[in-house]
Every structure is written in structure tokens, then in C-alpha cells.
Design a protein around this ligand. Structure first.
Ligand SMILES: C=C(O[C@@H]1C=C(C(=O)O)C=C[C@H]1O)C(=O)O
Length: 380
């Protein structure tokens, strides 16, 4: 930049002059803000009272889960995005409204949400992103345990990772669907930032790195370049890695910054994920399906007959009825009778006529079709 474009230099010694009381303009602005805060608070309280009344209008229901309506919440949040004219980002406003709804619902009783623990995992972050902070979080030991606690009713809902934009599918999540009746009732997308964390914060001390295999894979190039000789030790979660790294000076963990604050570690380097758009998609697990929200996705598990053209025949009906397929993944089916299980995601809800017609046709050609879920597309 040329010297010409710069503002004139400020006079030296300016900082030592004692601060004057706020100029009238500042005080006036603060008064306006105070007034707005009063109005916002009154409105939030009014909203909470109406939400309670809606709860009562739903009848004498047993638990918080009976009041929860994900399709309605998705509609509320979509309207927040649509109405937004700035200056704040839609994503920020969604976060604020999500917390308001979370608190309104918790007036009945907080929802119990299971996720892959311990505290500080990306799964925990995804759970809070989707349900807000007025929940009872249940950190669990494995993805299978999250399915189990939802199925038994110990958790109202669960949050499990299903795919990552850098690393692809989390196979164990898909495979767990084969042996359970758990349903998908939502999805959450989370931008995932990985950091190298250690007790001392000194890069030169690191001889071992702990992390979840997915996180190692997301930081592969970075590790090859910066820590080619360190021992890489895979663990069940990033937070578990952070917990271990807390006990040694020559160890580090790859995890999110929330794990650093939970386990008292320092960030040595970060973000260190190879791709800046690194995003993980999580599924919200429940025991029942909910009505359409207006912008939904349906996840199906299709077992096909082992014969020529079988896959083509089960997929063609979606195209014929104008439904777009976002994803297909094949896994070896359990129980020798079927060769393969296909996990298919299709745009739309099972309540829609086009989806009903397509599924009836798919049913004719497939060995078995299971609707895993029909749920609102992630908002932001
Ligand atoms: C208030 C309701 O119940 C719950 C709370 C909601 C809210 O605070 O907006 C939305 C959906 C439900 O989870 C409702 O169904 O409208």
C-alpha cells in the first residue's frame, strides 16, 4: 500500500490519557440496546408460555419425547433462514433459535440424547448443534451402544456419524442398521476442524499420536509432512485420545478444540485437516418415523435378489417417479440368503405420492425393502 492511502499517524502518548465517561451517543445507543434486550426477553418468555400450551394441547403425554416434533422444528428454522436479511448469518440465527426451542421443549423435561463419548467428541458437538444445549447428554462408549440405548429406550434419541466429506462412509454405522429396528429421524452436518493437542504444547516432544482412525485419515497428508516418524495409535474416539495424551509429555492427540478445553490440553497446530471443507454428516436415531417437513430425505435399506439386472430394476422406479437419488452404498448383507444390502438415500418423504408409488414398484423386484427413515434435510 502506498503511504498516500494511509490515514495520518496518531499522536504519541494518546493511550495514557484517562478514559472519559462514555460520550452521550454511546450511552444513548446502550439504552436502545437495553430496551431491545427487555423486549427480546419478554418475547422469549411469551414464546415459552405458548410452547407449554402447545405441549398441553398435544394431550396428556408421558415424556419429553412425546412433545418433540422434528418436522415442526425444521420448518421453524427454515423460516428463520428465509426471513434473514442480515447483518448476522443465517447459520448464527439458526443457532440462537435452536437454543430457544431447546429451552422451550425442556420445560416439559430435557430430552436424553446418546452420542459417542466421552465429553468433547465431535458427536457431542453434533448432538448440541441439532438439539440445543437444554438436553441431557449421554456420552456412550461406542456407536453400537448408541444404537442399543436408543432401541432400549434409555436414550430418547442418539447421534452417530455416518459419512465424512474427506473419508467417505463410516461402515460400522451402516452395518449396525442391519441388526436393529432403530429409525433415522434427522441428520446434522458439522464442519470438523482437527487440532494437534498436547499437554506441553511443544511440537518437538511428540513421539506418539492418538486419535480415531477417521481423524488420522482426515489429517493424513499433514501427518506425513510434519510427523512422519511419530507412532500413530488408533483409539475409539478423539476425546479418548485427548484423555490419554493428558498423561504423557511425549504424546499428542488429534481432536477438536472442545476436547482441548475438556482435557486441559494446548493446541500445538491446527486446524490440520487436509481439506478445508472437511464436513461430517451425522444421523439422528430414534424409534419412530415423523411426518414430512417439506424438504426431506428418505433412507432405505434394500436387499436384492442375486440375478442379472436386479440392481437396475430396484433403482429405476425412483427415476421414473422424478425422485433424485443422493447416495448408494453397498454392504455385504448379514445372513447368507442375500448377497448384498444397498443403503440408498432418496430426496422426498414416504408420505409423498411419488415416493409411495416408487416404493411399491421397488418392492416387486427387491427381496426386502426397509425404510430406515424419512427426515428433514439438515438446515445449515
Ligand atoms: C411447541 C411445539 O413443541 C415442541 C417445541 C417446538 C418449539 O419450541 O418451537 C417445536 C416443536 C416441538 O419440538 C410444537 O409442536 O409446536
Amino acid at each position: 500500500m502506498s503511504a498516500k492511502g494511509k490515514p495520518p499517524a496518531k499522536s504519541a502518548g494518546r493511550d495514557v490519557v484517562p478514559k472519559k465517561p462514555p460520550a452521550p451517543k454511546l450511552a444513548e445507543l446502550r439504552e436502545r440496546v437495553d430496551g431491545i434486550d427487555r423486549s427480546i426477553q419478554e418475547l422469549i418468555a411469551e414464546r415459552a408460555r405458548f410452547a407449554s400450551q402447545i405441549g398441553q394441547a398435544k394431550g396428556p403425554l408421558a415424556a419429553a419425547i412425546d412433545y418433540y416434533r422434528p418436522e415442526r422444528e425444521a420448518q421453524v428454522l427454515r423460516r428463520v433462514v428465509d426471513r434473514n436479511e442480515g447483518p448476522l448469518e443465517g447459520e448464527v440465527l439458526v443457532r440462537v433459535f435452536r437454543e430457544i426451542m431447546s429451552a422451550c421443549l425442556a420445560q416439559q423435561e430435557p430430552l436424553k440424547i446418546g452420542f459417542l463419548g466421552p465429553a468433547g467428541t465431535h458427536s457431542e458437538q453434533a448432538a448440541y448443534k441439532h438439539f440445543g444445549h437444554s438436553i441431557l447428554g449421554l456420552p456412550l462408549g461406542s456407536i453400537e451402544e448408541v444404537f442399543g440405548e436408543v432401541e432400549s429406550g434409555a436414550a430418547d434419541f442418539g447421534v452417530v456419524p455416518v459419512e465424512n466429506s474427506t473419508q467417505g462412509t463410516i461402515q460400522s454405522t451402516l452395518d449396525t442398521f442391519l441388526g436393529t429396528d432403530v429409525k433415522i429421524c434427522g441428520e446434522v452436518e458439522l464442519r470438523v476442524h482437527q487440532h494437534l493437542l498436547s499437554r506441553s504444547g511443544r511440537f518437538e516432544d511428540i513421539e506418539r499420536v492418538y486419535s480415531h482412525p477417521q481423524s488420522f485419515a482426515q489429517c493424513k497428508a499433514w501427518l506425513r509432512q510434519h510427523l512422519p516418524d511419530a507412532e500413530k495409535i488408533p483409539l475409539a474416539s478423539n476425546a479418548e485420545a485427548a484423555r490419554r495424551a493428558r498423561n504423557a509429555d511425549d504424546a499428542a492427540a488429534i481432536a477438536g478444540l472442545s476436547a482441548a478445553s475438556v482435557y486441559g490440553l494446548k493446541s500445538v497446530a491446527g486446524p490440520i485437516e487436509d481439506r478445508p471443507d472437511n464436513t461430517t454428516r451425522f444421523l439422528v436415531l430414534g424409534r419412530e418415523l415423523f411426518p414430512a417437513s417439506g424438504n426431506d430425505r428418505t433412507s432405505l435399506l434394500i436387499f436384492i435378489k442375486d440375478q442379472p439386472g436386479a440392481l437396475f430394476q430396484v433403482l429405476a422406479p425412483f427415476a421414473r417417479h422424478g425422485l433424485s437419488m443422493n447416495r448408494i452404498e453397498s454392504r455385504p448383507g448379514h445372513g447368507g440368503r442375500w448377497q448384498y444390502a444397498f443403503f440408498v438415500d432418496v430426496g422426498g418423504h414416504i408420505e409423498q405420492e411419488a415416493m409411495r408409488l416408487a416404493l411399491a414398484e421397488v418392492d416387486e423386484f427387491a427381496e426386502q425393502v426397509r425404510v430406515l427413515g424419512s427426515y428433514p434435510v439438515a438446515i445449515v
